[in-house]
Write a protein that binds this ligand. Structure first.
Ligand code: DGL
Length: 266
């Protein structure tokens, strides 16, 4: 047993959608979340910059004595996971392999759409990982950067989001995919809108649940799980913005207080 917390981080508040699944799958685990609200978005930045930001955040989480770190951010997971794994001794979990595995298992016609930030799509990580599961699967990828500010504005179910979704997703629907992977932490907040645009019969895969299950399996196998009842979660941000409270309400259906931290110190 290990009562230490699990560190979780994202470029901003989108990672709260991953926190939701972690809390559901492992209700006894304490979560320490860091959202880099001062430097979001990561999706249009270089791999070097995003790697540097991630190091600072992991260093910060290590000061909180976390036992493992979940990289909720798809942009970081798809661009920097291997580099970071080589640099740190604690277990680091990304979202790409769990999400890709679930999508590869879900598709019946072997046509999968992947949507994400520019940096995630450019990395080709999801495509590579899906093809490693089954090389016969065709993958159609599309960056959808405007979904991030729409979700942060709380425009999760309105006409503007539907128009943007129609524009971004028109090609993906032409390819007759039966499964679409939501390769960005913000996109599950727009799930209803995306589903209505691409058709309700297309399966939408959010990597968060499969990621939470993979973390739980690891902690169980390594005797690192916690049996703490009512853990006292902690939330940190690099800048205080109204979006934290808004996304907390949408993603977690509750509010949590958060502490501002100078991440450049780490
Ligand atoms: N959280 C990021 C991700 O999952 C999306 C937002 C950003 O561009 O920073 O890729």
């Amino acid at each position: 047993m290990d009562k230490r917390a699990i560190g979780v981080f994202d470029s901003g508040v989108g990672g709260l959608t991953v926190v939701k699944q972690l809390m559901k799958v492992m209700p006894d685990e304490k979560i320490i979340y860091f959202g880099d609200t001062a430097r979001v978005p990561y999706g249009n930045k270089s791999k070097e910059t995003v790697t540097r930001f991630s190091r600072q955040i992991i260093n910060f989480l290590l000061t909180k004595d976390v036992k493992a770190v979940v990289i909720a951010c798809n942009t970081v997971s798809s661009n920097c996971l291997d580099t970071l794994k080589n640099e740190y001794d604690i277990p680091l979990f990304g979202v790409v392999t769990p999400g890709a595995t679930e999508a590869a298992n879900a598709t019946k016609n072997k046509k999968v759409g992947v949507i994400g930030t520019l940096a995630t799509i450019r990395s080709g990580a999801y495509e590579k990982s899906i093809k490693q599961m089954d090389n016969n699967i065709e993958v159609y990828s599309k960056p959808c950067p405007l979904f991030v500010p729409l979700a942060e504005e709380g425009f999760t179910d309105c006409e503007i989001s539907t128009l943007v979704a129609k524009e971004y997703l028109k090609d993906i629907t032409k390819y007759n995919v039966d499964t679409v992977l939501l390769g960005c932490t913000h996109y599950p907040l727009l799930k209803k809108c995306i589903g209505e645009v691409i058709g309700m019969d297309i399966k939408l895969i959010d990597p968060a649940f499969a990621t939470a299950v993979s973390v739980k399996n690891y902690l169980t196998q390594n005797n690192m799980f916690s049996t703490d009842k009512n853990p006292n979660h902690e939330f940190y941000v690099s800048d205080t913005t109204p979006t934290f409270d808004r996304i907390c309400e949408i993603a977690l259906k509750t509010s949590f207080s958060h502490i501002e931290t100078d991440i450049e110190k780490y």
